[in-house]
Design a protein around this ligand. Structure first.
Ligand SMILES: Cc1ncc(COP(=O)(O)O)c(C=O)c1O
Length: 409
């Protein structure tokens, strides 16, 4: 506590009217494990973009759509009815039942009473999984490039991240060879994120079988972040938890942010064997109590009433995906075909000054006002690449590609 009363300003109080206490320099220093985590590579880059008003941002990792009306109206209705209390720690039972019904489409089967926990976004579920299963000094294998929150999450939990390089040439799929090469056979936990942020990679059935075999053989626990499962464009979504002997060693994480364009409502969930969900619920119950009640009502309606809209958004992302990939290739930029999510991860090393993707992204931003995220923001495996998000309208994508063409010439 610093003794300042921030409400005085936000409530319209005046500086004269409020008794502000001028303190000395802050006595706080971050704990070592917080200090050890560098600031987000994405945020740092976008601070530059914020200072210009002609920027087309291909950097955002959230849908450009608004949540479906049926979800929003259910949120409004829940407020009108005065449903403003906590729910059960695990989330509303009818929502957990709806989730259990929904995930059968991926071949997953979980008991809504004991095997599902509703969380404040998939982000909370990821954090709970690290805190519930990682002991100090445990090794957590993280394929790279990958989503930015895993490495800090592992460190905050006292674990040691182990990067496992995936490659453009393999369409960014994770292979047993890559796992072995990185020493993941000695790891305690493996994090999987397919469809992947930032590469858009998906795994086909054989590739997923091979990773599952590796995890069983080397006795790894798996945290499978499947938040983009519903945004799969090529083939069916493959979940590692459906492979023989994997359900008992896997926690699956999913959520409403991406498929239902509900990022601001902050709702996700974790599914796994009862002992795993019990452990995560213990952390959740002390850290969060329960996920937001209004958002839970919205999520229930989203599952029950929004399939058509999700499909409409998925088709639109797919159209943009095909446009972006073909345009990049036309410009001579090599890009692996993204099979899911809403990102493309082209290799710019061949066209960048000194092969440096960060310099490429900075110059593209400065010269043409197109913001894309340098690949290294997603770990060392992203070297030489940039992330392009196509959660951006087609007109903006077309303009961005025209500017990119001009930049390259
Ligand atoms: C792979 C992945 N997992 C989790 C999240 C966070 O999701 P949520 O909004 O549900 O916390 C994101 C958001 O970008 C993501 O890309």
């Amino acid at each position: 506590m610093n003794g300042n009363d921030d409400r005085a300003e936000t409530d319209g109080g005046t500086a004269e009217g409020s008794a502000r206490t001028e303190g000395g320099p802050s006595r706080f220093a971050p704990a070592d494990r917080v200090e050890s985590v560098p600031p987000s590579g994405i945020r740092e880059f976008f601070e530059v973009a914020e200072n210009r008003d002609d920027v087309i941002s291909l950097g955002v990792g959230e849908p450009d759509f608004t949540a479906p009306w049926a979800a929003r109206s259910a949120a409004i209705d829940s407020l009108e009815r005065g449903r403003t209390s906590y729910t059960a720690n695990r989330g509303m039972l009818d929502l957990r039942e709806a989730i259990a019904g929904r995930v059968t489409r991926y071949g997953q089967s979980y008991d809504p009473d004991t095997e599902i926990l509703v969380t404040t976004g998939a982000s909370e579920a990821v954090d709970l999984a690290f805190r519930a299963f990682v002991n100090p000094g445990d090794t957590v294998a993280l394929p790279t490039p990958t989503y930015v929150s895993y490495e800090p999450g592992v460190r905050f939990a006292g674990g040691e991240p182990l990067p496992v390089h995936t490659h453009h040439e393999d369409d960014w799929a994770l292979t047993p060879e890559a796992l072995l090469e990185a020493g993941a056979d000695e790891a305690d936990v493996l994090v999987l994120c397919y469809p992947n942020n930032p590469t858009g990679a998906t795994m086909d059935a054989d590739e997923m079988d091979a990773v599952a075999d590796f995890c069983r053989e080397h006795d790894l626990l798996v945290i499978a972040d499947e938040i983009y499962a519903a945004l799969t464009y090529e083939g069916d979504h493959q979940s590692v938890a459906t492979r023989p002997g994997m359900r008992e060693r896997t926690v699956v994480i999913n959520g409403f942010s991406k498929a239902y364009a509900m990022t601001g409502l902050r709702l996700g969930y974790a599914m796994g064997p009862e002992t795993a969900i019990d452990a995560m619920t213990k952390v959740h119950q002390y850290a969060m109590l329960s996920a937001p009640t209004t958002a839970q009502h919205a999520a229930l309606s989203a599952i029950e009433r929004c399939d058509d809209e999700v499909e409409r958004m998925r088709r639109e992302y797919d159209r943009r995906r095909r446009y972006v990939v073909s345009r990049l290739r036309e410009l001579g930029i090599d890009v692996a075909e993204p099979g899911g999510a809403f990102y493309a991860f082209p290799r710019v090393a061949d066209v960048a000054p000194d092969g440096d993707a960060r310099a490429f992204a900075t110059e593209l931003l400065e010269a043409e006002g197109v913001a894309a995220v340098p690949g290294t923001a997603f770990g060392a495996g992203g070297e030489g690449h940039i992330r392009i998000s196509y959660a951006t309208g087609l007109d903006d994508l077309k303009e961005a590609m025209a500017r990119l063409e001009r930049f390259l010439s």
